[in-house]
Design a protein around this ligand. Sequence first.
Ligand code: SF4
Length: 487
Amino acid sequence: MNNSDKPRDECGVFAVYSHPDSALLTYYGLFALQHRGQESAGIVTAAGSNEPFNIHRGMGLVSQVFQEKDLQQLRIGTRAIGHVRYSTSGSSTLKNAQPLVVDCARGQLAIAHNGNLVNAAVLREELESNGSIFQTTVDSEIILHLLARPTGRKNVLSALRLVEGAFSFVLMGEQEIIGVRDPFGFRPLVLGKLDDAFILASETCALDLVHADYIREIEPGEVVIINDDGIRSEWPFKEERKAFCIFEYVYFARPDSLINDKNVSKTRVAMGVELARLHPVDADIVVPVPDSGNYAALGYSHELNIPYEPAFVRNHYIGRTFLQPTQLIRDFNVRVKLNLIKELVKDKRVVVVDDSVVRGTTARARVVNLREAGAKEVHLRISCPPHKFACYYGIDFPDPKNLLANQFKTEELAQYLEVDSIGYLDIEGMVRATGLPMNEFCLACFNGQYPVPMDRELDKFIIERRSARSRALSESAAHPQLFAGLK
Ligand code: SF4
């Protein structure tokens, strides 16, 4: 469970078809997608059909996982897929790092997945009772098992119809690269071209980095198959309403990416403008919480004609800390990430603009910083509505009972956070800033309306049944005589 004060994204994917530098392009593509996952990274390459896949995966950042020799070993391939991961399904271990690879009757298959399957427990139970043996605890492996089944051999598309939830993934087979986006289109996936090579990536910023041209988005429900015959699309899924994750615009996606052909930074500025119209305040300066609050703060500052002062300085070099989170360490953690330029806020009425506040612990610490530095007033403005519900589509939120908006009534929040006022953007303003219709978005973590229902009861039942079974097996190992007659 996520204990931080921000939701976390799950993964980023990248794929190249037919380029002599496919491994190097993927390596740099993953650098551009590092913000989508920092726990592990991996690349799989293939030189030609029937050649064994080359695999390298490891724990940590892209720069830590790949050394010169690893890239040399991967460089013999002309096709590649890559992945950066933050774990929400399955634990953060090397065995769960992606891309996952299997060797099955249809040959070798590799997958790199972004999203979360809502019927994972049901499918896994079914596959296991039919003899599948899983190597990992991640839901992405379920897709590989489905594709490896005899029905999958006949028709990959019919196997894909069995999975439900959020999935944008890339597959590498013996002769092709396949990109798949679920029919709701929760997570982004884009297509690019570099000379004669095709590229698939979670975000356009990865295309920019490798000098590829952005062609278009993979549409919700589309499957693109890229091989020596070129590129073609299939539409195996039942048509659904679009439900793109609006939080990609607010927080996850990089500001230099395009989503739905709209620049993310411009959308964030527009959210700041909407926020200023909804919750104006008389103040001396607008201070962003970097990095994702920068653009909303800019919009807020322009709209109200209040000077923009980047008074928090972000330390980009801290990586992860593994110290146990005592109160003292939490306080250091907050300060080590962002330091305050005291001279800019002393004796000022300050508006702090952040993109989201989920637990409130970090926001509270920042307010203390500002007060200690001599700010006369502190007003907090948030460029999205309050988070109240869990996400089942690939984003890791703290337990809903720990979400700030579920712990306090709106009128109590300012007192708890020790601010002079607080204002959240509303759903209407957030959607208006994107320029897209409300019914094209998933807004479930704000309004509790889930586009794909999660059969939580069934999932719970299966999980309980599985743990009861493994308990019984370990008891049988410990007390063989008790179970001797049950064979
Ligand atoms: S529930 Fe929230 S975070 Fe999850 S997909 Fe929907 S909008 Fe995005």
